[in-house]
Write a protein that binds this ligand. Structure first.
Ligand code: ARG
Ligand code: ZN
Length: 895
């Protein structure tokens, strides 16, 4: 392999800063091709450690001047290496002046300062600031920023940066300026500027302590009618953080800016959050219920970072989960509360369960796969080559599960006490995950030493559960054991502290009261057991009849539960488990079992037959009008292909697809009358509102259309066509379109054409159109491979490799959401993948690396597919000028 080994950075190598930057004045003379950045750093020596030079980091910068205390720096003072520069400063303090020139317009990586649709935007996390000017660009360097922006007044009438606007005015030559001051010291990754032609929706609200603050959502002029939901979400987030955590906005103004070209979801820059436009813009006829939900949670996530991330930040990037795991947990709790309140008392529990199911679905499909592959890492990694590759499902989603387990173990009040202590100790600091867990332990007098292993151990633990009933002593013993398989570089695993929530269901479907041996109180029906050994037994007393155990209720820990249950027992829990999450999980387990058997039959050329007891259990769910529609939609949505591939050994996408199509057709055909009857009960009347009740009905209706269309049921297809012809909101429109696309109906192409004609100028809506086609299954066996369609769409004028949303919609959907087509037996998908990864890498390494990751688990597949993948992995690895981002992914995959 030609690739040079990228250097890897070790967590254990952390050293404190030799020089602090107490304040920085930045001046930007903004110009698309040549922006001049003047920086004055007021530095003071860290007297706690041995004297060392000031170390600055930089990338792609042209230096125009360098002064120390106003005098041009003598060459002997400066040492320079790859990406760094050291200045041997004397004494206890010094002022360093640096002038650099950068070219935002040619910055296609979208990291640092870049141009999007004529405006200037920044993205500095993790290491983008060093692409703007030389700086100690690491999160423990906290500095007070004053920023002056100067730009052309006509093309960039709006000039924004962090904090408060303190001055603005016109300049000669049609230019103008604005000066911003951020009162809070912050690391450079939280710096932001925007200079563009934008308009804002504004609201003034009063915080809990009675301060009036100004909220703004900035967008391009034509999008002002799509800002209301983001604003509402922001206001709800503010209220929630005040009520639940006693945390208030600390600034007089808080801004959200939407930008069309953005690598990730959004960014929590202090007081100036910058968002991928798709997580801001919504109106009923362009955004789906799911879009509304995502906007609400991303707005909340970024807002919550103001405390968990900004006021208290990370000492180094290994601690990323300190802010991300905690903030994801906070946004999940917020969304669950919002849904529960909207659903009202009767629907609250189900609404919360539906949210939990959504989150767990992502965790199982994406994070479990990551944990089982070459990129497996603990939520706090020990090393990395490129930090941008570690904004992962493990750091974020598993990190949130770890925080959730603390919440479960300590209770809501104990958790809140730990949070209060954390802020009282660490406000204004850059700290570690240990600091956080120490606060939780101290506030609760709880030893969390073993719990800390969740931070250092990679891999998904397997928890095995087996129960035994003893009628003579009326006792039930639950044996739990744990095992974590080895991961790269970590073969030896220690037992973890795992909270396992358990209930026992009686034959009548009702929960039995639980009394654990050695304890007196009885009455609760769900009990959190603490599994801390490799193997442990828990004995329940006074158990009148042999129960059915319901284990890992609410998904109380991020583990794989191995519990032997026959079909009858799964059907029983599918019908009766009082824990809605586990009821859903029973349906998923039953479906998984059926699908994997069908897959094996398809691979062996046997005839496929769907077991009647599964169809019956499924029909019972479908027709259970007492169940919340949103829950029913979750329970009848089959496990994702990504998840199923993780459950197959070896993974073979082609027969899996045959099995899934067969099952969907069978459920559509056998239950056609039930689905149609269901559709007639689900109509939502009145104008569109984003509300869990309405959203649940729409989701269930759209799912019904999917099954009917898959099965080619004429009334179902007619229903989908009628819904498509007169849809009043995007959820109905895209739901009907998806059903037609996932069918062999000739109406498919006409619908796609009509949708394109209607939304040809709407980039965000077109992303849905791209994604549906890239993710389509071949219901019509005579249709061309989907890769041909993807290639054709790449030359559509609306597509561009320069826009991450387009890449994720078209290429991302093909690579990740369409395994059977991507993993075509002739290897054409893999060759295409390599071409695209190489092409993308030249312009945007972060986006390229994300696409590259879609083949990292290649060793799960059949030997024939593996051989084809290896060739392409090696081709990418050998490409000239490969970024560290993609290098790390392919090197680890090939290791
Ligand atoms: N902190 C941001 C968030 O979670 C994500 C920024 C990630 N950026 C990156 N280039 N990796 O909301
Ligand atoms: Zn975040």
């Amino acid at each position: 392999m030609k690739t040079e080994h990228a250097p890897s950075i070790q967590r254990s190598d952390y050293t404190p800063l030799a020089w602090n930057v107490d304040g920085v004045d930045l001046h930007f003379a903004l110009d698309p091709a040549a922006t001049v950045v003047t920086s004055r750093l007021r530095c003071s020596r860290n007297t706690q450690i041995a004297p060392a030079p000031l170390r600055l980091l930089g990338e792609d910068l042209e230096v125009l001047g360098l002064t120390v205390d106003g005098v041009e720096a003598a060459p002997g003072l400066v040492t320079q290496g790859e990406g760094w520069l050291e200045i041997a400063l004397e004494g206890r303090s010094a002022e360093v002046g640096i002038v650099t020139r950068i070219n935002p317009q040619s910055n296609t990586s979208l990291s640092g300062l870049y141009v999007s649709r004529g405006g200037f935007f920044t993205q500095c996390e993790a290491e983008g600031f060093r692409r703007i000017t030389w700086f100690p660009d690491r999160p423990d360097a906290m500095t007070r920023f004053t920023v002056t922006l100067e730009a052309d007044a006509a093309s960039c009438p709006v000039l924004l940066s962090n904090g408060n606007l303190i001055e603005q005015g016109p300049l000669a030559g049609g230019r103008h300026y604005a000066r911003w001051e951020d009162p809070f010291p912050k690391p450079s990754y939280l710096f932001a500027l925007v200079a563009a032609k934008l308009v804002a929706l504004e609201r003034r609200v009063t915080t809990a302590s009675g301060r009036e603050v100004l909220l703004q959502v900035w967008v391009e002029e034509g999008n002002l009618d799509r800002t209301e939901h983001a604003m509402d979400s922001l206001i709800h987030s503010m209220r929630w953080d005040e009520e639940v955590f006693g945390l208030e906005l600390d600034l007089d103004r808080f801004m959200i800016v939407a930008v069309s070209d953005f690598n990730m979801g959004a960014m929590e820059n202090k007081g100036l959050n910058i968002f991928n436009a798709k997580y801001v813009l919504a109106k009923p006829d362009t955004a789906t219920d799911v879009d509304y939900e995502h906007i609400e949670s991303v707005v909340a996530h970024e807002y919550f970072h103001n405390w968990t991330g900004n006021r208290v930040t990370c000492r180094d990037w290994f601690q990323l989960t300190l802010k991300e795991g905690l903030t994801v947990f906070r946004d999940q709790q917020f969304s669950a509360d919002m849904l529960a309140v909207a659903a009202g008392d009767a629907g609250a529990a189900s609404a919360r369960a539906v949210k939990r199911i959504d989150d767990v679905r992502v965790l199982r499909a994406v994070q479990f796969a990551e944990d089982a592959g070459p990129m497996a890492h603990p939520i706090r990694p020990d090393s990395y080559q490129e930090i941008n590759n570690f904004y992962t499902a493990t750091v974020y989603e598993k990190g949130a599960e770890v925080i959730r387990m603390l919440h479960t173990l300590l209770g809501a009040e104990g958790f809140r006490n730990g949070m209060d202590l954390y802020f009282s100790y660490h406000d204004g600091q850059a700290v570690t995950c240990d600091d956080f867990v120490d606060c939780m332990a101290e506030a609760n007098g709880h030893d969390l030493d073993q719990f800390m292993r969740w931070y250092s151990q990679a891999g998904t633990p397997h928890v095995k559960a087996a129960g035994a009933y003893d009628a003579a002593s009326r006792s039930y013993t639950l044996m739990l054991s744990q095992h974590t398989p080895p991961t790269p570089g970590q073969t030896d695993k220690q037992p973890l502290l795992i909270p396992v929530a358990v209930g026992l269901i009686g034959p009548d479907g009702r929960d039995l009261p639980l009394r654990l041996e050695g304890e007196n109180h009885a009455g609760v029906t769900t009990r959190v057991l603490e599994l801390s050994e490799v193997e442990q037994s828990f004995r329940f007393l006074d158990v009148a009849v042999e129960p059915v155990p319901s284990v890992l209720r609410g998904f109380s820990a991020p583990v794989i539960l191995d519990l032997a249950e026959d079909d009858a027992r799964l059907a029983f829990r599918m019908a009766h488990d009082t824990d809605a999450f586990n009821r859903w999980d029973a349906a998923q387990r039953f479906a998984e079992r059926v699908i994997l058997v069908l897959t094996a039959d398809a691979a062996a050329g046997r005839t496929l037959a769907v077991p009647a007891d599964f169809v019956a259990a499924f029909r019972a769910l479908l027709n259970d009008a007492a169940l919340d529609p949103a829950f029913r939609a979750q329970a009848m949505t089959l496990p994702s292909e990504g998840y199923l591939i993780e459950r197959m050994q070896p993974a073979d996408p082609a027969p899996l697809r045959v099995a899934l199509m067969h099952l969907m057709r069978a459920l559509g055909t056998h239950l056609a009358d039930d689905w149609l009857a269901l559709c007639r009960t689900l109509e939502v009347t009145g104008p569109y509102r984003y509300h869990p009740t309405d959203a649940g009905r729409r989701a269930l209706g759209n799912l019904a259309l999917k099954y009917l269309a898959a099965a080619g049921v004429p009334e179902g297809l007619a229903w989908a066509q009628a819904q498509f012809a007169r849809f009043g909101n995007m959820t109905e429109g895209v739901g009907a379109l998806a059903a037609l696309v996932q069918s062999a109906s000739p109406a498919r192409e006409a619908a796609l054409g009509a949708f394109h004609a209607r939304y040809r100028d709407d980039a965000l809506v077109l992303d849905k159109w791209f994604a549906l086609q890239a993710g389509a299954w071949r219901w019509d066996a005579t249709a061309a491979p989907v890769l041909e369609r993807v290639r054709a769409l790449m030359v559509d004028p609306a597509f561009s490799l320069a826009n991450p949303n387009k890449v994720y919609a078209l290429l991302g959907s093909f690579f990740r959401a369409n395994p059977a087509e991507f993993h075509a037996a002739d290897g054409s998908g893999y060759a295409f993948w390599a071409d695209q990864v190489i092409a993308l890498d030249a312009r945007n390494p972060q986006v390229a690396a994300r696409m590259a990751r879609s083949l990292e688990n290649w060793q799960r597949f059949t030997p024939a597919l593996q051989a084809l993948i290896r060739v392409q992995l090696e081709r990418v690895a050998g490409a000239t000028g490969l970024s560290p981002d993609v290098t790390e992914i392919v090197e680890k995959a090939l290791a």
